[in-house]
Design a binder for this molecule. Structure first.
Ligand code: UD1
Length: 354
């Protein structure tokens, strides 16, 4: 079986890692196409190195741009690549512009398409990720759902007969990395004592692109009564500079994006996480660090239902919410036990179109 994975953005490299290993273990041919959506070394190359992912076979080098320009550049470059490799499956990940570009290219060439992390929904149609994931699910021949909740969404949209639950591959890599970095002294950033600091990331357009909103968020973080390690995505740095908002203020210590092992180490040692990232909400839950999510909704509803994640839209309440009492301990594993990549490869084998 030949599978061609299309990736391009940081969270997709994390998801690719366990899948690439499982593909190699099963002896399948795996072609990796990097669209170039993320290109800074600390947003891309370090993930391939740290997570032992083979170098991409093809790099499209598209870089940044508006959604249409970026997606269109990927789409126009992809046809030749897919025709050259003629995979049994085109495998796309998550909900970025790289996902929708890979999906469209595959279906237009009549190549079987599988969508990993299918069925997530925020029901917020203003999010670019929501269009990307809905359209990709409906284009796909096989929807690989990470959870029962995601499967229920797919069924409700009439996609149940082409959907399977595999578990969540990010859980595989998060748990494995947590074991690896458990004893690493470098894991707490800037020499901060475990349990003494808040770890934060903010990068979504709805939080960064309106200067008033961004100012309120940074000031909310600055007022927290604990040091806040803010790992700053390039979009955040650019938008804050444009709006004249200093990121280094009050409790906030901005740092460059962390590599994956350092991020897992930092999350597990933080007293709390404050984020608008999807993946980080889940990683915080897996590592049992209470999370506060600066959004009106989340795709990972299990983290909220189990009490480990609280959504906050009004950032003036941030201190109160971050310092809430600790959630009840839980053994629930809604994202699987860390074997989702093997289940993904098995599903691709089983559903291989003849
Ligand atoms: C993308 C995904 C988002 C995901 C996020 C993870 C889409 C629609 N969004 O958002 O779902 O959560 O990746 O990080 O695909 N930039 C750099 N260097 C880089 C990459 C980006 O400087 O290596 C800057 C550029 O100014 C760029 C901006 O960041 O315009 C945004 O990058 P882009 O890939 O368009 O979207 P993300 O915000 O990263």
């Amino acid at each position: 079986m030949r599978v061609l994975s299309v990736v391009g953005a940081r969270p997709q490299f994390v998801k690719l890692a366990p899948v690439a290993h499982a593909m190699a273990d099963a002896g399948h041919d795996h072609v990796i196409v990097h669209t170039g959506q993320h290109y800074d070394a600390n947003m891309s190359d370090v993930f391939f190195q740290d997570l032992g992912i083979p170098a991409p076979d093809v790099h499209l080098g598209v870089g940044s741009g508006s959604h249409g320009v970026q997606t269109g550049a990927m789409l126009s470059a992809m046809d030749a690549v897919l025709l050259e490799h003629r995979p049994d499956w085109v495998l796309v990940y998550g909900d970025t512009n790289s996902t929708i570009a890979g999906a469209l290219s595959a279906v237009k060439l009549h190549l079987p398409l599988a969508h990993l992390e299918a069925g997530l929904r925020s029901y917020n149609r203003r999010m670019p990720e929501e269009h990307n994931r809905v359209l990709t699910d409906h284009a796909a021949d096989l929807c690989l759902a990470p959870t029962e909740v995601a499967l229920a969404h797919l069924r409700a949209e009439g996609l149940g007969d082409r959907s399977v639950v595999t578990g969540d591959v990010m859980t595989d890599v998060c748990l494995e990395t947590a074991r690896r970095v458990a004893d690493s002294p470098a894991a707490a950033p800037a020499g901060l004592e475990p349990g003494s600091f808040v770890l934060s990331t903010i990068h979504r357009a709805e939080n960064t692109d309106d200067p008033q909103r961004l100012r309120a968020i940074v000031e909310g973080l600055a007022a927290l009564p604990h040091p806040v390690v803010l790992t700053a995505h390039p979009r955040l740095v650019a938008k804050a500079a444009e709006a004249g908002i200093p990121l280094e203020q009050g409790s906030v210590h901005p740092i460059a994006p962390l590599d994956y092992p350092a991020m897992v180490g930092a999350v597990s040692r933080a007293r709390a996480v404050v984020t608008d990232s999807g993946g980080l909400q889940k990683e915080a839950f897996l590592l049992r660090t209470p999370c506060t999510t600066v959004r009106t909704e989340t795709e990972w509803t299990e983290t909220v239902d189990l009490g480990w994640n609280v959504l906050v839209q009004d950032v003036s309440t941030l201190t109160e919410v971050v310092d809430r009492p600790a959630p009840a301990p839980t053994d629930e594993a809604p994202y699987g036990e860390g074997r989702a990549a093997a289940a993904t490869v098995a599903a691709l084998e089983e559903h291989l179109p003849r």
